[in-house]
Design a protein around this ligand. Sequence first.
Ligand SMILES: *Cc1c(COP(=O)(O)O)cnc(C)c1O
Length: 345
Amino acid sequence: MSTATLTIDLDAIAANWRALDAANTGETAAVVKADAYGLGATRVARRLMREGARSFFVAIAEEGAALREVVGPEAAIYVFSGHMPGDADMIADCHLVPMINSVDQMIRQAEALPGHGFGIQLDSGMNRLGMEPAEWQAVREIALAQGPRLIMSHLACADEADHAMNAQQLHAFRDMTEGLDVPLSLANTGGILMHRDYHFDLARPGIGLYGGAPFTDARPAVTLDIPVIQCRDLQEGETVGYGNAFVAARPTRIATVSAGYADGILRGMGPRTSLYAEDTPCPIAGRISMDLIGVDITDLGHDPSSLRLLGPEQGIDVLAGNADTIGYEILTSLGARYTRRHIGA
Ligand SMILES: *Cc1c(COP(=O)(O)O)cnc(C)c1O
């Protein structure tokens, strides 16, 4: 078999949730949008239910509908995108809680689903989703009269604890919610780790569950092992791959592994990235192709049957740094062709 194996450690994800829950003064939810950042929302949510998570967040109603089958009738499922045209039946049938982002969405919700639970998303400065302060001011009495279940906002710079934007957004959120008898939520992973002022009633960690920065003490949750298809010897001066980007400076042994940028191994990470044979890093040789990568195993001394791209020795944030991106993108790029294996279920 030449498909690579992506191993997802549910024990690690559970441990990360418990650690964030211990650091958080309020309730700790779990963000499982985008198939739990690529790691499998069904398996992740089922495991986190066992740990005690009772609130889940998804990006869109369709994700919420699929999740409802997994978490049973009691858990709360909040939808960040709110109530979009065509969502009413799904919201009603699957008991989703749309986070209402605008007056338009509020009218849509009130007309289609009067009496159905909803939340409100406020914009505290990120200018992405949620009602702006003036808009909120205009509709808040009407909205509050209908009993929202949660009022939330989102931090733009929580991965930089010292950024002035954090305190600015905290003040804006407090201004907009002062004196309200409604559960409040502001913190993502970074917000939990920053200070208890950011915790409010409910926190919404995502990346920290899956082992990513800024939760630097997180347990890594993924390993990716890629089979070696063949190995060959090169003489000094021979080249590897497209564009002859690698030129052998010495007699060299190259292993060709069975994965590439079509599997989410971002092409830009090539020049700075190694694959591991046990503890030994073996540098990528030449350009990452669509389905194949050349790896310099000269110093390894034997031909491995597979090489590891992601694991304890090299996590998502190392690869992210190598590719000038963030761990979130490394995870959500993980390819559809991998054989996914969940351990610790
Ligand atoms: C994705 C997301 C989260 C989770 O953020 P992390 O940085 O992954 O912890 C929380 N809230 C909102 C609104 C989000 O979009």
